[in-house]
Write a protein that binds this ligand. Sequence first.
Ligand SMILES: *Cc1c(COP(=O)(O)O)cnc(C)c1O
Length: 423
Amino acid sequence: MHEFKYKNNHLYCEGLKVEDLVRRFDTPLYIYSYHTLIGHYMKLKTAFSRIAPLVCYSVKANSNLAILKALVDKGAGLDIVSRGELARAVKVGCPPEKIVYASVGKTSQEIEEAVKSGILFFNVESLPELENINRIAGQAHKIARVALRINPDVEPRTHKFITTGKITNKFGIDFETASGILLFRQRFAHLKICGLHIHIGSQITDSAPFVAAITKVARFARQLEKDGVSLEYLNIGGGLGIVYNQETPQTAKKFAARALPLLKKTGLKIIMEPGRFIAGNAGILVTKVLYVKSTPKKKFVIVDAGMNDLIRPALYGAYHQILSIRCTLNAIRSPEKVDIVGPICESADFLAKDRRMPKVKAGEYLAVMGAGAYGSSMSSNYNSRPRAEEVMVVKDKVFAVRKRENHSDLMRNELIPSFLLGL
Ligand SMILES: *Cc1c(COP(=O)(O)O)cnc(C)c1O
């Protein structure tokens, strides 16, 4: 569900016409719907209200400060993966006791900063990392709280680049190693191992992989309890899938119906780390058609947004629905098969391949749907393209939440050495 709908043949975001936003802010333009964002967060909170989980929004899905602040103000915690994300969490006033920190490659500097800022816990991904956190906490005269990220070895049936819970993935610790760590936890004088964490992948549309993974860690937690190791938290990660095309992902309610009984039985405090589920359908990317080019074999719709703005199609072969922002055009023009491509010098620079679309013409605007997660946060300056403007709509008001970059922003940190300047 989202608040991007046609009214009188025009695409709206909440109470505002997308065409008016585009005229005011130019393209490429990311548009976020505040109420869609908050609505998704609330859906999950409500579905799981019986166990009152801490929902830590996964910052990497969309790290815009306005998005973070909107969620934090509603009581969300944050799931971070770097110092940069910690800085954002601090900036929006997220209470440290609502921050969890995962990443296979946390640097010593990152660990030290997070220990000092008093985050809820680290999701630890290996024994050497655990030893490093123990050492750094000791030096800081602190006790660091950690959860062990377990690799439960389940098949999440999603794209291989976003599978993270199989034993061949780089993430997490296998059960046997984790068991060894927990039984000999007194070795780590400066750590409190307070929980277990799983995150098995992303865009998972079915409950079965979650149920399989939760069942495995819950059984593990029970065994640990028998062995005298008691824990406080179970962090079940993120990964809930959304609708991009024809998927029929489980709703928050259906997910809760399957997962809640298992989670309740553990007696542990539950943490969730949804990213895409909250932000994915809360954003669109609007782009202008520059040219329509026919070649002997294909027709290309060349638009002003490229893989630097939205890399998901190039990176994962991801499907995004692409709609004209005026749907009267759809009805009167016959569909044709086109590639919708960006201006970047790469053949992977496409937003859609062999897509049947009502005929579009140069100068029109297209909305790339479901671009709220892993859109702007994965964007780059490749081809020296300034990053897109971002706005947030709240009913009939619009707020700029990220200014369009300019060329001096892009060159700000570069230096020409004096010898090249003949000095
Ligand atoms: C990326 C990530 C998430 C969020 O994944 P979504 O599929 O966006 O819900 C949650 N937890 C961890 C550890 C992650 O790396």
